[in-house]
Design a protein. Structure first.
Length: 340
């Protein structure tokens, strides 16, 4: 091949590669644009003032509807949860709120790294304090008084169904801003004995009303346990096995949780545990639920399920807490419910 012919072949290859690169970029931009376009027949979402005050009664959540307000904290009236929603402008991967205090877990992917942080906000969603996170956001909760916020992140692995994963769970006092960076520093009483192991993980904190007691999941040795913790004593004590992502009822007597139904598989069923009798009641939802359920009131729990035909999007469902009834679509295109 002559030098001129080689030059012509090289030039043609460069042009073809440039064209392919442009096509890939345009396709990616088109996919991104489609993701941010409002879906025909989807929920009506509009920007407006959002407050975490308990009046009027509302449900706050992370909006998942396509459009410019996707991933923003939004609210709807509690009595018409499938109606028009008001978006706040605050973008979160996970969110929860109580008593005028909110915690927003954010994850932003940059050019060379990913930035994760927890943002504690007031009733007007103004930032009070920001904390760097050691991993990808997973769970968030605020105590009924608003005096404590907790969050769990993945620092290794990306799913509770993975063979190997590592979490870090933190709690902050929103009055003094004293931070407990890792619950693994607490003394663990497992089956009545002090316990320590290299594979300890905590996740899914839920708070009682006394500003001291909390419940969480302890994972170790291939098993999961419901533990009751004391913030003042810095201890956790195991109660029962095979409990994940507990959520304490408003009256403090029951815990909604997900229970693995097949060893080694990412399949969970929703249950409610009576803390007085330790009796478990299976709920009427038949789908596998990988979420920390939220009590809407003393009789109903809400949770997220993947939306059919939409990758990466969830709907919020609700079901009676006594095992009766049938699941009800609560808020489409949404996650992280917080009844205000």
């Amino acid at each position: 091949m002559t030098p001129l012919r080689r030059l012509l072949v090289l030039a043609t290859a460069v042009v073809l590669l440039a064209g392919l690169g442009t096509a890939f970029v345009l396709h990616a931009v088109s996919r991104a644009d489609d993701k941010n376009k409002p879906r025909a027949g989807g929920p009506v979402v509009g920007a407006g003032p959002v407050t975490l005050d308990p009046k009027p009664r509302q449900v706050a959540f992370v909006n998942g509807a396509p459009g410019p307000h996707r991933t923003e904290v939004a609210t709807v009236p509690a009595g018409s949860a499938d109606g028009s929603r008001t978006a706040s402008g605050l973008k979160c991967a996970r969110f929860y709120a109580a008593a005028g205090t909110g915690v927003c877990l954010q994850s932003a992917v940059g050019v060379v790294s990913q930035t994760n942080r927890a943002v504690v906000v007031d009733a007007g969603l103004h930032t009070l304090r920001t904390f760097s996170l050691a991993g990808t956001p997973s769970r968030a909760r605020v105590s009924p008084s608003g005096h404590f916020a907790a969050w769990t992140v993945f620092v290794g692995g990306e799913s509770y169904g993975a063979a190997f994963f590592s979490t870090r769970t933190s709690i902050v006092d929103t009055r003094t801003w004293t931070l407990t960076p890792n619950l693994e520093a607490f003394t663990i009483l497992l089956n009545g004995q002090k316990y320590h192991a290299a594979d300890i993980n905590f996740w899914g904190v839920t708070f009682a009303t006394d500003d001291d007691t909390f419940y969480a999941t302890l994972g170790t040795g291939g098993h999961t346990y419901l533990v009751r913790g004391s913030l003042s004593r810095r201890t956790v004590t195991s109660l029962v096995q095979n409990v994940e992502c507990p959520s304490l009822s408003p009256d403090g007597t029951r815990v909604a949780f997900k229970k693995r139904v097949l060893a080694g598989a990412s399949l969970w069923h929703l249950y409610v545990l009576d803390l007085r009798t330790l009796k478990e009641t299976a709920l009427a939802e038949m789908h596998s639920v990988d979420d920390q359920a939220t009590w809407l009131d003393d009789h109903t729990v809400a949770y997220a399920l993947p939306k059919e035909g939409a990758v990466g999007t969830t709907d919020l469902w609700s079901v009676p807490a006594d095992g009766t009834g049938t699941p009800h679509l609560l808020i489409p295109d949404a996650s992280s419910p917080a009844p205000l």
